[in-house]
Design a protein around this ligand. Structure first.
Ligand code: SF4
Length: 386
């Protein structure tokens, strides 16, 4: 197994892989994804009063309006001005697949032709939307299908928020409708490493959490990282969302082989950042994702080491049976071994459920997402130094 070089700092990424401006194909500006201050600036720039921005915000994020025509509380002259220079913004849906187990996967296309996938996983009493943060991924985790698709670019706040809006549209469940919501939880666990697109993810999640709009509480949002240590604390301070960490191994040698990012941010640094994650407590544990790979990380020795390395961190572990994808070269651990591993951790006081594989028939399961988007032009490699 070879290890690929890990490309740089999150700030280096942000510049080198910046998304295009949020304009529709006809050049009009897209409103979805603008922060409140940005929306206010647009409204004031049109010579309208500031409170109009609040009305617009509510129409877009609370009532789910996708056109200005629907916004009947706004005067006709204002709506005409909006129509001339703006669109509300919806991504193009290229594919909409539903698994036999109810998992739903959308392939979305943005105006520059790039595509990402978003997955909805319905469960008893809740529904989780798995949202992408980048087109492709730079991190090449060896067990992950997305990691075989080179990073094309970061997603903009518009493209991140649009994934949640699309799910709400598809299930006709806007907050103002008063219906029971199916999308109750968000996980930033789709394509890409969210902490390598931190600024845009932060803007997007602040929109998603806003109580006058999509109104999804930070307690119901989980950001999953492969271990971009410098941004972990920032994320806790700025956003206060739940943290999930792709751990997958208990020593640097094994982790470095299957997750090249470990060569930049080794286990000790990662686990220290987890210990210090703002707000972490026994009632708010960090989730450690652990994919079960036969003869790689699944021995009882590994289970013992897992207990040791997580000592002192309020933690729960998600054991993920490896989901094969075309060309993958790992095997999933046997059911018996996964059960033994899980039982051992439970017996030693740490919650370690085995995640049920969902949406495998439509390649929507964990680690299986990938789009056909490829990078069209060469860009300078971001700086390797922090
Ligand atoms: S597991 Fe996450 S960070 Fe690693 S390659 Fe896949 S999408 Fe990228």
């Amino acid at each position: 197994m070879t290890t690929a070089p890990v490309e740089n700092s999150s700030r280096g990424h942000a510049k080198a892989f910046a998304p295009p401006s949020s304009n529709a194909a006809d050049g009009r500006k897209i409103l979805v994804g603008l922060s409140r201050p940005e929306l206010e600036a647009e409204v004031l720039g049109m010579g309208e009063a500031k409170f109009r921005a609040k009305q617009l915000w509510q129409w877009i994020y609370n009532r789910g309006a996708s056109s200005f025509e629907e916004m009947t509380s706004l005067g006709k002259p204002f709506r005409a001005k909006l129509e001339a220079g703006y669109v509300v913004g919806r991504p193009e849906v290229v594919e909409d697949l539903i698994s036999t187990d109810g998992t739903r996967k959308w392939l979305l296309r943005f105006p520059d032709g790039n595509e990402v996938e978003t997955v909805f996983i319905p469960e008893e009493g809740r529904g989780t939307l798995c949202v992408s943060s980048q087109v492709g991924c730079t991190l090449t985790c060896k067990f992950c299908h997305t990691g075989t698709q080179p990073l094309v670019r970061n997603l903009s706040p518009n493209e991140i928020v649009s994934q949640i809006i699309l799910a709400r549209d598809s299930m006709a469940e806007w907050p103002s409708s008063g219906l029971n919501r199916r999308v109750t939880n968000i996980v930033m666990m789709g394509m890409g490493e969210p902490l390598y697109n931190y600024e845009n993810v932060r803007t997007a999640l602040n929109i998603v959490m806003d109580g006058e709009g999509l109104s999804i509480s930070r307690r119901r949002i989980t950001l999953s990282t492969s271990g971009v240590v410098p941004e972990i604390r920032r994320c806790g301070v700025d956003l206060g969302v739940n943290l999930a960490v792709s751990l997958h191994a208990t020593d640097d040698e094994t982790r470095g082989k299957i997750m090249p990012i470990n060569n930049k941010y080794p286990l000790k640094e990662l686990l220290d950042a987890c210990r210090e994650y703002p707000g972490v407590s026994n009632s708010r544990r960090i989730t450690f994702e652990y994919v079960m790979l036969k003869d790689v990380n699944d021995s009882m020795e590994d289970a013992k080491k897992l207990l040791q390395v997580l000592k002192g961190i309020p933690a729960k572990i998600n054991l993920i049976p490896f989901n094969p994808w075309p060309g993958s070269f790992f095997e999933c651990s046997s059911n018996n071994q996964i059960r033994r591993f899980s039982d051992f951790l439970f017996e030693n006081g740490i919650s370690a459920p085995v995640r049920t594989t969902r949406g495998e028939d439509i390649l929507a399961a964990c680690g299986q997402l990938k789009s056909e988007s490829e990078r069209k032009r060469k860009t300078k490699k971001p700086c390797a130094a922090e």
